[in-house]
Write a protein that binds this ligand. Structure first.
Ligand code: ADP
Ligand code: MG
Length: 678
């Protein structure tokens, strides 16, 4: 182990946190809870775990660091393994959903907050860890908020905390310079360690492209490209960081930038003769990690680096050398939509505090400039002061089931850092009851205990378990895997290519026999798996090979979980006669009967969950244009634009859901929480 205990590199000695190394090591030793705060880029995420490692904490168990975003966990683990001179997965490793890169040797473990929550399920006192660091607490992700509450509860009852542990667990909560007092008060008045930062002034300029009335998405991509090129051709040397909403917008913007940057004549256009080219790099969550490495490398001399990123570059990852920010003013956010009663990924204006955070990225090493494409009126009228914590705007179903399985029955009086509205909690209880995960008194059922083992949305898990109990899990496992990875169907931007892709996809659908979007997923999975040259097969059929490859791995992992559960004696088994296609769709109904819609007129369907939303089948569906032949359908999710679309759709018979539908209305939600209220 001596090999990687070399100490700190010169580069890391220059980080602001380095001056406080000894004091930080001592502070963690002295306190069971500690809040650490400092400017983004001061070295918290990459350095503190190494300091604790050097201080010998690993002798008593792993040092665990959580991140709300999976890319951050992976990228930072890579970086730290290099700094510690070990190969990734050995002493330094990471674990994210469906991707575990750790070994017996791993003592510094980066992971998503969701992964640590799963570990708590199996081991409530986290006996394998000496320290747990909850990073990026200011992001207020749902899982980090729940972890905060759970760890507060565990550590505040001494007999609970020490049970099964030789030395007490240490908890460090790290946050950018927001809300640290609130965190400290929540954690019983624990000390706050502030790493003094140095920041440089950033001047911000409003634009005029986006006013309070125009929030059209095609407008902001175009405007962002225009502003970026303006900076490139008229500002002094220095790299650009562009904030956009998601993968497709980022790819579109990069394509436009490539094209336009080609035709710049640097002899005349560029004011600063030192800049003679632009290196355009996308950065988003599902990007291959080898491509992400380039982001951190300085550009070649004379070249300006331009990173087009999602919010991940706001605080999770720090890119050195950024002097200019282009802020689109928007973010993609999961929100509970009360109109349709479901969570939906939406593009919304960022908050003012988020906008300041984005601008700040330009002032890390010298003075910088931030170009906002939106107007001052947009800032004043459309942007909220702060971002609402995820716990107050998304579905709590999975988290409430986890809490119940951990023995937290009173989910209403659980110590939340910010309390979700009671109706959100009640809605989650109702959904769990409908899936048979809890009973009428709010107690976890046997099925609920099985469901919590799967890192999947409850409806999908319910369908999978239904299939398993009937012995046809082979139909559902691939579908669950396909729905857990990024989009697998390539949709080329070019109209001709788009036509060809649509045709190929339709063909695959026809070959799948009984045509619906779930069998389509199953068929693509099986065909590709059976192929001798899977990557060529994918290319030929306009399928993302990388996404499909991860679906293969996810399917194996889900199968392993299921096998483990099936080996238990009381795994539920049922009998069923009938044909396989019907069986498949009936299993889907068991989980998706809450997402059922009936055709009302023409191409319009009406949901049956009490919201009665009017919905359309999305054009990407194999059932698009066949609406007149359909009556009842179930669907996986919704997309809201000017219309509400249902995606991944399957026709069903009313008979199959007839007995289930009353469940949507019968239940009195207050009865479900009676345990909590007694
Ligand atoms: P904080 O957590 O306080 O925001 P970090 O520990 O993430 O700070 O970053 C400290 C420094 O390490 C930054 O200068 C950042 O650019 C650098 N860094 C982090 N990850 C990488 C990486 N993968 N490659 C190169 N530099 C990195
Ligand atoms: Mg950090």
């Amino acid at each position: 182990r001596a090999k990687w205990s070399k100490g700190d590199s010169d580069e890391s000695k220059n980080l602001p946190i380095y001056q406080h190394k000894a004091k930080l090591q001592q502070a963690v030793k002295d306190n069971s809870f500690l809040v650490v705060t400092g400017e983004t880029g001061s070295g918290k995420t990459t350095q503190l775990p190494q300091y604790l490692h050097q201080a010998g904490f690993w002798n008593n168990g792993k040092i665990g660091i959580t991140q709300p975003r999976r890319v951050a966990a992976i990228t930072v683990a890579q970086r730290v393994s290099q700094e510690m001179h070990c190969s990734l997965g050995r002493e330094v490793g990471y674990q994210v959903r469906f991707d575990d890169c750790t070994t017996q040797d791993t003592v510094v473990k980066y992971m998503t907050d969701g992964c640590l929550l799963r570990e708590i399920l199996a081991d409530p006192v986290l006996s394998q860890y000496s320290v747990v660091i909850l990073d990026e607490a200011h992001e207020r992700s749902l899982n980090t908020d729940i972890l905060l509450g759970l760890l507060k509860q565990t550590l505040s009852s001494p007999d609970k905390a020490s049970k099964g542990r030789s030395v007490p667990l240490k908890v460090v909560v790290m946050s950018a310079t927001l809300e640290t007092d609130k965190l400290s008060v929540f954690l019983g008045g624990c000390p706050v360690f502030t790493i003094p930062g140095r920041t440089f002034p950033v001047t911000s300029k409003f634009g005029c492209a986006i006013g309070p009335k125009d929030t059209e998405s095609s407008v902001y991509v175009k405007e962002v490209v225009k502003v970026t090129l303006d900076i490139h051709t008229s500002e002094m040397a220095g790299d650009i960081l562009v904030f956009l909403t998601g993968q497709s917008e980022i790819e579109k913007a990069c394509d436009m930038l490539y094209e336009k940057a080609e035709s710049i004549d640097y002899r005349y256009d560029v004011q600063d003769r030192k800049v003679e080219g632009m290196l355009i790099l996308p950065l988003y969550g599902s990007m291959p990690t080898d491509q992400q490495k380039q982001i951190f490398q300085p550009p070649p001399p004379g070249i300006r680096k331009c990173v087009v990123a999602t919010n991940i570059a706001a605080t999770s990852l720090t890119i050195n050398g950024i002097k200019y920010i282009v802020d689109s003013g928007f973010v993609k956010q999961l929100n509970h939509n009360s109109r349709v009663g479901m969570d939906i990924l939406e593009v919304v204006p960022i908050s003012k505090s988020e906008a300041l955070q984005r601008a700040g990225r330009a002032g890390r090493t010298s003075a910088g400039k931030c170009f906002r494409i939106y107007s001052q009126a947009f800032w004043e009228k459309c942007m909220p002061e702060y971002t609402v914590p995820e716990i107050q705007r998304t579905s709590l179903t999975a988290v409430i089931l986890t809490l119940k399985c951990l023995g937290v029955h009173d989910v209403i009086r659980f110590p939340y850092l910010d309390r979700p509205e009671e109706r959100f909690i009640l809605e989650a209880l109702k959904r769990l009851y409908q899936c048979d995960a809890i009973d009428r008194r709010g107690k976890v059922t046997r099925l609920g205990e099985l469901m919590v083992e799967f890192p999947l949305p409850p409806g999908l898990t319910r369908a999978l378990l239904q299939a398993a109990s009937l012995g046809v899990e082979d139909l559902l496992l691939p579908v669950a895997a396909m729905l857990s990875v990024e989009n697998i169907f390539i949709r080329p931007g070019h109209p001709e290519k788009q036509k060809e892709a649509d045709q190929k996809h339709r063909q695959l659908g026809v070959q799948a026999g009984s045509c619906n979007d779930f069998t389509m997923l199953l068929s693509v999975f099986e065909k590709c798996k059976a192929s001798d040259a899977p990557s060529a097969w994918c290319k030929d059929n306009y399928i993302h090979w990388r996404a499909l490859k991860s679906a293969f791995s996810v399917e194996t992992q889900l199968r392993e979980i299921l096998l483990r559960l099936q080996q238990k004696r009381d795994f539920p088994m049922e009998k069923f006669d009938g044909n396989k296609s019907e069986l498949f769709r009936r299993c889907l109904c068991a989980g998706y009967f809450t997402n059922v819609a009936r055709r009302s007129v023409g191409k319009v369907f009406c949901t049956m969950d009490g919201h009665g939303s009017m919905v359309h089948i999305h054009p990407s569906s194999t059932l698009f244009d066949q609406e007149p032949q359909l009556d009842w359908v179930i669907f996986h999710d919704l997309l809201v634009t000017s219309r509400i679309y249902i995606r991944t759709v399957c026709p069903i018979r009313y008979d199959w859901v007839k007995d289930l539908l009353p469940k949507l209305h019968e239940v009195d939600v207050y009865e479900l929480s009676s345990v909590a209220r007694e």
